[in-house]
Design a protein. Structure first.
Length: 759
């Protein structure tokens, strides 16, 4: 029974230590008790100890102690009483959250109190001085001193609890709840860094779950309850990532969801897939991946139309319009044209990866035959009947940009449609996962597409066009923007055009060897060759005459050619030599100039340094002289005051006064005053001795009389106390005799009972 009471005694002892303010000793005692293996049988008592233990850990912000204690308590409880461990952990998180909230409220109250201390003053003097010294604002300081330590402890609490509960089938519900609370903590306080770490922690836990498949109490992801908890956690992670605008982490969350589903070979529910594709549309739009954004919208439209029975016609029309506009916003030419083989392979792998994420294929594709493209998406939209659900403006815009041929009127007809489309959109009442659709976000991309279509159609009709005329038919952008758009289109082979700013025109078509300058050059070259041929090979009538005249023409031409080559080489060598000599002369002149400049600068620096030193020495000498003069004047004034006070004759006016003489005078005066003071002290000490001796002589008979009186009083007091003690002893003796006489009557019966017991 005494052994069973030991944990209770330990708990009471810890409470006593807390009451007297020794929280550190109480925490250490409880930690030693929990980490020992002696008291695991007393479950209820140990649970109470754990509650007190986590309260102390939170109060003292000892996260390491809390982690050690909870790990030991998990070992005790996870096989017999998991509920107790859940209650302790919930209590631990509740206390940490409550302390953090109290610290934040206290900091806010402190800041408000500081703000309203003086309604007329902008800032208090001490706050102003502290801001100049520390460079911090009042709120920043209060947050750093009050709020930040508790928030760090709260974040450490979440990490500790997730580490304790990870990969345990009996604790996976509590694990999911803790992850959700940690996500809300990051969302509420905009903790982006901690959110990234939290996602990485959860990702590593799942990776370790797959790595150690033979672990005891490992969660079974094929079970619907476990799978739903893990899915809910990752979808919450995806939502918080998009709300915090951490798009890279949001995309990694999408990959986590897809990887989890590939692991269990199971597609989530339609309601979760709607959230999945809704977040994908946001991620791809932010990353300017318009093609994948359009495919994600198309999958979202298909899910809403198939599974959302409450979808209204207006919301369906908005979603379908978003799908079509997203598809039209995709660049109409191939961006991989002219890329290297490695870039093409990387793009192919990326397309396969995105196709798997968007199509949500649980089996990886072995080949790349299915490629995401703009033309394939538009064809599928037409075949699946999406065009029948869109608004009339979107339908007209689609026909204008994809099927109509209006080289000069395309932009003017597209512009009013875009103005109407930009006003469409709003919140969706019957689609909760897609909160809002705004078609105005596609207007810039559609204006760019209209510009590209207009340039493409104009290039098919015109060979040359003035820049002013083209700027008039494209009202969306300035010509500088149009030029940037066209450069990218020409680079990827969508159109063929050239801008001649000197002539103010635009040239359309293939501008390789067919340009006017090259064509004229080839014509002149052909005419020159024709004349040379006529001279070398004349017609048949003049063949004999020319043969006589030009019999040694070939040899002469060869010699002349060699002479010209030699002359040319000599000229080139002379030019090179002359240029080399000029360069050498320039180098020498430059080196001379630099040396002279360096010497001049050094001399100037030396002159300035010497002048600075001279001025510095003069200033120091002047300051010394001024200081000596001030000291001499002070000593003179002090000497005059002293001489006037003592009635002595001051220093004569005609007498020469120097610092040395004044110092000697002051020292002699101080020595004289010290001697006079010593004489006064000796005289005073003698007077005090006489007074003390006289007082003691007068007090001696009085002290003796008081001592004799005290002896008499103490003698009387002693006799009185002795008499009282005698009376008390006599009364006690009489009482003891009466008690003995009363008990003697029972002596015979006692003897008889002993004999009876013996026999």
């Amino acid at each position: 029974m005494a052994t069973f009471a030991k944990p209770e005694n330990a708990l009471k002892r810890a409470e006593e230590l807390i009451n007297v303010g020794q929280k550190q000793d109480a925490l250490q005692a409880l930690h030693d008790l929990i980490t020992s293996k002696r008291y695991r049988a007393w479950q209820k008592t140990l649970e109470r100890i754990m509650f007190k233990y986590v309260e102390l850990c939170v109060d003292m912000r000892r996260g390491r102690f809390a982690k050690d204690g909870l790990i030991q308590y998990r070992i005790v409880c996870q096989q017999v009483n998991v509920t107790s461990l859940e209650e302790v952990i919930k209590h631990f998180m509740h206390l940490s959250t409550e302390k953090a909230e109290q610290a934040r409220n206290q900091a806010q109250a402190l800041e408000e109190a500081l703000d309203v201390d003086d309604l007329e003053a902008d800032k208090r003097p001490e706050d102003l001085m502290l801001s100049y010294v520390s460079g911090e604002k009042g709120k920043d300081r209060s947050d750093r001193e009050l709020v930040t330590p508790w928030f760090k402890f709260l974040w450490e609490t979440y990490r500790t609890v997730l580490e304790i509960l990870r990969n345990n089938s009996k604790l996976e519900a509590l694990y999911a709840m803790t992850a959700h609370r940690a996500f809300q903590f990051c969302k509420q306080y905009k903790r982006t860094t901690e959110f990234r770490r939290l996602c990485e922690i959860i990702r590593n836990h799942l990776s370790n779950l797959n790595k150690y498949r033979d672990q005891r109490d490992r969660p079974d992801l094929s079970a619907p309850e476990s799978l739903q908890l893990y899915l809910d956690t990752r979808f919450e992670q995806l939502k918080i990532a998009t709300e915090l605008e951490l798009w890279q982490e949001a995309f990694r969350s999408v990959e986590d969801i897809h990887g989890l589903m590939c692991m269990v070979k199971k597609t989530p529910k339609a309601s979760l897939m709607v959230v999945y594709y809704a977040k994908l549309t946001e991620i791809f739009w932010v990353s300017s991946s318009h093609l994948y954004h359009a495919y994600a919208w198309f999958k979202l439209f298909s899910l809403q139309k198939s599974f959302n029975k409450n979808l209204s016609q207006k919301d369906l029309q908005l979603i379908a319009s978003s799908v079509v506009l997203a598809a039209l916003s995709v660049t109409p030419y191939d961006l991989t044209r002219g890329a290297s083989h490695l870039e093409l392979e990387n793009e192919k792998e990326r397309n396969l990866r995105m196709a798997s994420l968007i199509g949500f294929n649980l089996e990886p594709k072995l080949d790349g035959r299915e490629v995401l493209s703009r033309s394939a998406l538009l064809s599928e939209l037409v075949s699946k009947g999406v065009m029948t659900c869109v608004t009339q403006e979107v339908k007209d815009l689609y026909h204008l940009l994809e099927h109509e041929f209006l080289p000069l009127d395309l932009a003017s007809r597209v512009q009013p449609l875009l103005a109407k489309i930009s006003k469409l959109g709003g919140k969706l009442s019957s689609a909760s996962s897609v909160s809002e659709v705004q078609l105005s976000q596609y207007v810039p991309a559609l204006e760019k597409l209209a510009t590209l279509r207009l340039l493409q159609q104009v290039s098919q009709v015109y060979q040359t066009m003035k820049i002013e005329s083209l700027s008039k038919v494209i009202p969306f952008f300035d010509f500088s923007v149009v030029e940037k758009i066209s450069v990218d289109a020409v680079k990827h082979g969508f159109i063929a055009m050239k801008v001649d700013h000197m002539k103010g025109v635009i040239l359309f078509g293939n501008l390789g060897l067919e340009s006017d300058r090259m064509r004229d050059h080839l014509t002149v070259f052909a005419e020159s060759l024709n004349k040379s041929r006529a001279l070398i090979h004349p017609p048949a009538k003049k063949a004999s005459k020319l043969g006589d005249m030009l019999s040694g023409l070939a040899e002469t031409v060869d010699k002349e050619h060699k002479r010209l080559l030699a002359r040319k080489s000599i000229i080139e060598k002379r030019k090179e030599e002359q240029e080399r000599q000029l360069l050498e002369m320039e180098r020498e002149e430059e080196s001379k100039r630099l040396k002279l400049q360096k010497i001049t600068e050094e001399a100037e620096q030396k002159r300035l340094a010497s002048e600075y030193e001279q001025r510095k020495n003069q200033r120091i000498l002047r300051e010394i002289e001024e200081r000596e003069l001030e000291e001499a004047q002070a000593l003179l004034q002090e000497a005059e005051k002293r001489s006037k006070k003592k009635g002595k004759k001051p220093i004569a006016e005609g007498e020469k006064v120097t610092k040395q003489s004044l110092m000697e005078l002051a020292l002699s005066e101080q020595l004289r005053e010290r001697q006079e003071m010593e004489k006064k002290l000796q005289k005073l000490s003698k007077t005090m001795d006489y007074l003390e001796r006289a007082k003691r002589e007068e007090a001696a008979p009085l002290i003796e009389a008081a001592f004799q009186q005290r002896l008499v009083e103490e003698q009387a007091l002693h006799e009185h106390e002795q008499q009282q003690e005698i009376e008390v002893s006599r009364l006690r003796h009489d009482g003891d005799l009466r008690e003995k006489n009363r008990l003697v009557r029972m002596l015979d019966k006692k003897v008889i009972s002993h004999l009876f017991f013996f026999f």
